[in-house]
Design a protein around this ligand. Structure first.
Ligand SMILES: CCCCCCCC/C=C\C=C\CC(=O)SCCNC(=O)CCNC(=O)[C@H](O)C(C)(C)COP(=O)(O)OP(=O)(O)OC[C@H]1O[C@@H](n2cnc3c(N)ncnc32)[C@H](O)[C@@H]1OP(=O)(O)O
Length: 717
């Protein structure tokens, strides 16, 4: 709703009141239209101020309404009516003015913002464009180039920048509504013609701006269509009269509104928020579990992961003890951490925060920290030794976390005298850049430990997802099968380029073989050795290309044995011009190696099309996602999807693997898995998961209903 009051006798004040973000639901739109008309009608009222209750102007259209038939007064005529009014209307912007909220403000004649407020048109991130005049009014206010940048990226702009761009007329540190009221009174009687953005002429955009932007977007968008529509809409603003531009904006919105991409992106928006409301099988949940404050933390191990974690902690203002026993690694790690922090400081024009880090070689220095994150490499014996020592050294109420990406958190907890204080905090490389954090709860992890790790993740700016303990947790457990399928495809006739091309066309930023070269083939090699799949632990009595009773491809092991570890050695699945090179080129040597390999094992190469690449790689991953849901390792499909979008480069406009399965159709996924399982009976994970079968038996309900089909979590309490 919206409230109406009269201030100082002559100012009509309209307050949007729809907590928590004053979204423009149909009720709110109705109320605004009514209150504006009332203020315009009232002869005593000479000016109007529109604001939002509770320190938020408006978070935009109510996204939840997009899923059903839109009812209530549309935004466009409402905003037009405000602009056309004969009384000055001032928007008092506190908190945020996003999307339809900013479009509403652009329809007002003036905008006053609190200095902490942010404005923006983030519709593109929801698969839409600003269709209440935003694409036509913003360019008339800021000029075409800045508007194009803001609308195609959805970037949030802080008030001081908004002032520079001309989006707001004044920024204040005082009470914004009071300032806006005084301002409104001061402009009564002034001509409004120039303040109506729809009447403004646009100056010519720089030559080639649209072509260049379109080319960049097509390269970057990975198949997302909304950014392209945004360029077209802004181009209409620059080339057509206002009314015709509005028609174009509406038509483009009509094509986006019901698209699968818009649905996926809106699902992603809510999924990201839903994972913050975690719950554990033992009944504990975010609503009742209190986090403890972390003032001092420690990180053990200053390899790539450890360094990134230290930087993340410091950026959040947490003092850190960074511990590393290897002198050379300590020196390098220290140099790199300080370099990143100095770069941060330069960027933000602030003092470096390196004083928050204390580097040490001694574990005993960790006696007084609130929380430790162990980030040494994946060696259970080494990790157990560290956890045993930590258990004795750290104060009794310190949380002990491991950054393992796959190892058993319970096994580590068991060597400590405080298993309830142990959780996994699985960061993704580079940890100071990647958004995802898997918080892994063990059998004995206390709700307080989980809450503290989740809260810490939030403080570090991560999207944190609570997951259960199993080999690889959620992300890597699914990833393993995806990688394995890609290797099998090479055995059967594909090249790394073909597989990667299909995955990149699907929307992944990088194909799986390029990713493998980037992170280093030795990473997976170490994991496979640890799992007894290669190296000393192998049972050589098994037939070749079979391990532990199932199909196995030793291709990656063979490359590692040759020293072809990816970018760092200039050869892996691709060829690079020098060690550390970034630009992958097809490697004829690798192709010949594949030919020899196939001939050695009597494998006949066949033509593999893109559909098969996608189905084999993605459906096996999705099938494992269903198993994970069935096992209660993830509490809902949103958790799996958020992990894949934020940690594994899954294209956001495809929602995530589980959402994608829903879009493709569960019966099709089931049918193709059955087909591939029949063709490859020695690959057990291609056998469709019982949960997938159950869902199909029950008529393939939409993803929002899947939780009803999951087993009830059992209580350990
Ligand atoms: C055939 C064609 C027909 C076309 C007709 C359509 C015509 C449409 C015309 C105009 C369209 C305009 C489009 C829009 O305006 S789209 C919305 C654009 N706005 C956004 O993208 C902003 C989204 N929100 C945020 O960025 C943040 O939520 C923020 C406002 C910054 C607040 O952040 P924070 O304080 O961290 O809080 P949360 O993010 O956790 O949010 C709190 C709860 O509020 C819910 N929420 C937030 N924004 C919206 C929204 N716009 N609509 C509905 N709900 C919203 C959010 O989900 C949280 O709730 P919960 O925890 O229950 O999920």
């Amino acid at each position: 709703m919206a409230k109406y009051s009269r201030l100082h006798g002559s100012v009509g004040l309209i307050s949007l009141a729809n907590p928590p973000v004053n979204a423009l639901s149909s009720v709110v739109r109705h109320a605004i239209s009514e209150k504006v008309a009332k203020a315009f009608r009232d002869p005593e009222v000479t000016c109007v101020v529109i604001c939002g209750e509770n320190g938020v102007f408006c978070g935009g259209a109510d996204i939840r309404e997009f899923a059903s038939t839109m009812r209530g007064p549309p935004l466009v005529p409402m905003i037009d009516a405000i602009e056309e009014g004969e009384k000055p209307v001032v928007a008092a912007i506190e908190g945020v003015a996003f999307g339809g909220g900013l479009e509403l403000a652009l329809g007002c004649h003036y905008r006053i913002a609190h200095y902490k407020a942010r404005v923006g048109l983030p519709e593109v991130t929801l698969g839409l464009l600003p269709a209440a005049g935003g694409t036509q009014r913003l360019p008339r206010l800021t000029g075409v180039a800045p508007a194009l940048q803001l609308i195609t990226t959805g970037r949030h702009v802080a008030a001081p920048e908004a002032l520079k761009l001309g989006i707001v007329d004044q920024v204040t540190e005082q009470n914004t509504v009071e300032v806006a009221v005084q301002f409104a009174k001061s402009v009564v009687g002034q001509a409004l013609h120039n303040r109506r953005l729809s009447l403004r002429q646009l100056s010519c955009p720089p030559d080639g701006l649209f072509e260049e932007t379109m080319a960049q977007i097509k390269q970057r968008a990975r198949g997302a269509v909304a950014p392209i529509a945004c360029v077209q809409a802004v181009k209409a603003a620059a080339t057509l009269p206002f009314k015709a531009g509005m028609d174009k904006e509406r038509d483009l919105m009509a094509t986006l509104f019901n698209s699968g991409q818009a649905k996926a992106l809106q699902y992603s928006f809510f999924a990201q928020r839903s994972v913050a409301k975690w719950n554990l099988p033992n009944g504990a949940h975010s609503g009742i579990s209190k986090a403890r404050a972390v003032h001092r933390a420690a990180v053990i191990g200053l390899g790539t992961m450890g360094r990134g974690i230290v930087v993340s902690l410091v950026r959040a203002g947490i003092s850190v003890i960074a511990m590393e026993t290897n002198e050379k690694q300590l020196h390098t790690g220290k140099k790199m951490v300080i370099a990143i922090l100095e770069k941060d400081a330069q960027k933000h024009n602030a003092a470096p925060r390196a004083d928050l880090v204390h580097f040490t070689e001694r574990l005993s220095d960790l006696s007084n920290v609130d929380l430790v994150i162990e980030a040494v490499y994946e060696d259970m014996v080494l990790k157990k030794d560290i956890f045993k020592q930590l258990s004795m050294i750290c104060k009794p109420d310190a949380f002990l976390c491991t950054n393992t990406s796959a190892l058993n958190v319970d096994e580590l907890a068991a060597v400590t005298g405080r298993p309830e204080m142990v959780v996994g905090m699985h960061f993704f490389a580079p940890a100071h850049v990647m958004k995802l954090l898997e918080v892994v709860y063990g059998q004995h992890s206390s709700p307080e430990a989980v809450a503290t790790a989740m809260q810490l993740g939030k403080r570090l700016g991560k999207v944190s997802v609570a997951v259960g303990n199993c080999p690889g947790f959620v992300g890597n457990r699914m990833m393993k099968l995806y990688v394995e399928q890609a290797h099998f495809l090479l055995e059967e006739g594909a090249t790394p380029e073909q597989v990667d091309e299909a995955l990149e066309e699907f929307g992944f930023a990088m194909g799986i073989f390029k990713v493998s070269d980037l992170s280093g083939l030795d990473v997976g090699w170490r994991v496979r050795k640890e799992a007894g799949l290669t190296g000393a632990g192998v049972d050589w009595k098994e037939p070749p290309r079979r391990r532990q009773g199932r199909r196995y491809s030793p291709l990656a092991d063979l490359l590692c044995e040759k020293g072809h570890l990816g970018q760092k050695t200039s050869r892996g699945w691709y060829l690079y011009e020098k060690p550390g090179g970034r630009d992958p080129k097809p490697d004829q040597g690798l192709h010949s190696f594949l030919v020899e390999y196939r001939s050695k094992y009597g494998l006949k190469a066949r033509r593999i099309d893109k559909d098969e690449v996608l189905e084999r790689c993605l459906f096996s991953l999705i099938n494992e996602g269903f198993c994970i849901l069935d096992d209660g390792i993830a509490s809902g499909p949103e958790d799996v999807d958020v992990i894949y979008v934020h940690g594994y480069g899954w294209p956001r406009h495809r929602g995530g693997p589980m959402f994608y399965a829903d879009m493709v159709g569960l019966s099709k996924v089931l049918e193709r898995l059955e087909f591939y399982h029949q063709a490859h009976p020695d690959v057990p994970y291609l056998k469709p998961s019982p949960l997938l079968r159950k869902l199909v038996r029950n008529g393939s309900p939409p993803i929002r209903e899947w939780r009803e089909f999951l087993k009830r979590p059992h209580s350990h309490l």
